[in-house]
Design a protein around this ligand. Structure first.
Ligand SMILES: Nc1ncnc2c1ncn2[C@@H]1O[C@H](COP(=O)(O)OP(=O)(O)OP(=O)(O)O)[C@@H](O)[C@H]1O
Length: 257
C-alpha cells in the first residue's frame, strides 16, 4: 500500500512567486491497483509522482510505502522498488550506449559495477528473449546504439528496462504522449501485460481519456492540487469517456475558462 498523508507542497516558498500546490493532500493506493490519473494542466499530477519517487520533498506530511515512512528516503533508494517511465522516450534510455549495454545497465540497477556484471552469456540470451517480446526486431540489433532508434522503439525499451529488476511500483508519466497512435496502442498493451504479469501497483498519468477509461482498475481526476474524482472497480468500469469530458467541462466552467 502506498499512502500520501497530509501533504503540503509549496513552490518558490518565501518569494513573491510562492505557490501552494498541495494543501493537506491525501491518497491511498492499495497493493496491485492500477490507477489512471487524468486532470487539467498544472493540476499537480507530475508533482504527485515526483513526491512519490522522491524527486521533490513535501514541506509537511508523510509518504508511506507498505507502512514504512519513506518521506526522507533518497530518490535512488526508492527507485530500487519503483520503475518510472517518462513522456520523453530519451529519459529512460542512454542514447550513446548500445541496446545490450542499456539492458545490462537496467538489469544491474542498484548494483556496483553494473555494466561489467551484466554482459555474461546467460544474461545476453535473457535480454534477447525480453526484447523479442516487443516484436520490434530489437533482439537482432543488440550492438546498435539506442540513439538511432525511433521514439516508439526507445519507449518500448524504456518500459522493459524500468520493469526488469524486481520492483513493486510502476510510475508512468504520460508515457505514450510522444508516440503516434499505433505505437502508443502497442506500448499501452505491453504496459498492461507487464503490470498484470508482475502484479505491479501502477500509477499512470495520461491525457488520453480512452486509455484512462480502458486500462486499470481505478480512475482519479485531479484539479488545482486536489482529487476531484475517484472511481474504483465497477464504478470505473461504468465510466465512459463522455462522463470524464463532462466533468472536465464542469471544472473549466467553475474556473471561468
Ligand atoms: N519546479 C517547479 N517550480 C515552480 N513551480 C512548479 C514546479 N513544478 C511544477 N510547478 C507548478 O506546479 C503546478 C503543477 O505542476 P505539475 O507539473 O505537477 O502539473 P501537471 O498536472 O503534471 O500538469 P501537465 O498536465 O501540464 O503536465 C503548475 O502550476 C506548475 O507551474
Amino acid at each position: 500500500m502506498l499512502e500520501l498523508k497530509g501533504i503540503h507542497k509549496y513552490y518558490n516558498p518565501g518569494t513573491v512567486n510562492e505557490m501552494c500546490l498541495f494543501d493537506d493532500f491525501g491518497l491511498q493506493i492499495g497493493k496491485g491497483e492500477f490507477v489512471s490519473v487524468v486532470g487539467s494542466n498544472g493540476s499537480g499530477k507530475t508533482s504527485m509522482l515526483n513526491l512519490i519517487c522522491g524527486s521533490i520533498s513535501p514541506e509537511k506530511g508523510s509518504i508511506l510505502m507498505d507502512g514504512k515512512d519513506i518521506t526522507k528516503e533518497k530518490e535512488y533508494k526508492r527507485n530500487l522498488r519503483i520503475g518510472r517511465v517518462y513522456q520523453n522516450p530519451a529519459m529512460g534510455t542512454c542514447p550513446s550506449m548500445t541496446i545490450l549495454e542499456n539492458m545490462a545497465l537496467a538489469d544491474n540497477k542498484g548494483k556496483m559495477y553494473g555494466l561489467l556484471r551484466g554482459t555474461n552469456k546467460n544474461r545476453i540470451s535473457y535480454y534477447r528473449e525480453q526484447l523479442s517480446r516487443l516484436n520490434l526486431g530489437l533482439e537482432d540489433k543488440m550492438s546498435v546504439k539506442v540513439g538511432v532508434l525511433s521514439g516508439g522503439q526507445r519507449q518500448a525499451m524504456a518500459l522493459l528496462m524500468s520493469t526488469m529488476t524486481p520492483i513493486d511500483y510502476l510510475i508512468l508519466d504520460e508515457h505514450t504522449a510522444a508516440l503516434d497512435p499505433k505505437t502508443a496502442d502497442l506500448i499501452m498493451e505491453l504496459t498492461d501485460q507487464i503490470v498484470k504479469e508482475k502484479n505491479l501497483t501502477t500509477i499512470m498519468v495520461t491525457h488520453n481519456l480512452r486509455y484512462a477509461v480502458e486500462y486499470g482498475n481505478r480512475l482519479l481526476m485531479m484539479h488545482q492540487g486536489k482529487i476531484v474524482l475517484d472511481k474504483k472497480k465497477e464504478e470505473k468500469e461504468a465510466t465512459s469517456i463522455d462522463d470524464i469530458l463532462t466533468m472536465f467541462n464542469e471544472i473549466s466552467i467553475e474556473c471561468g475558462n
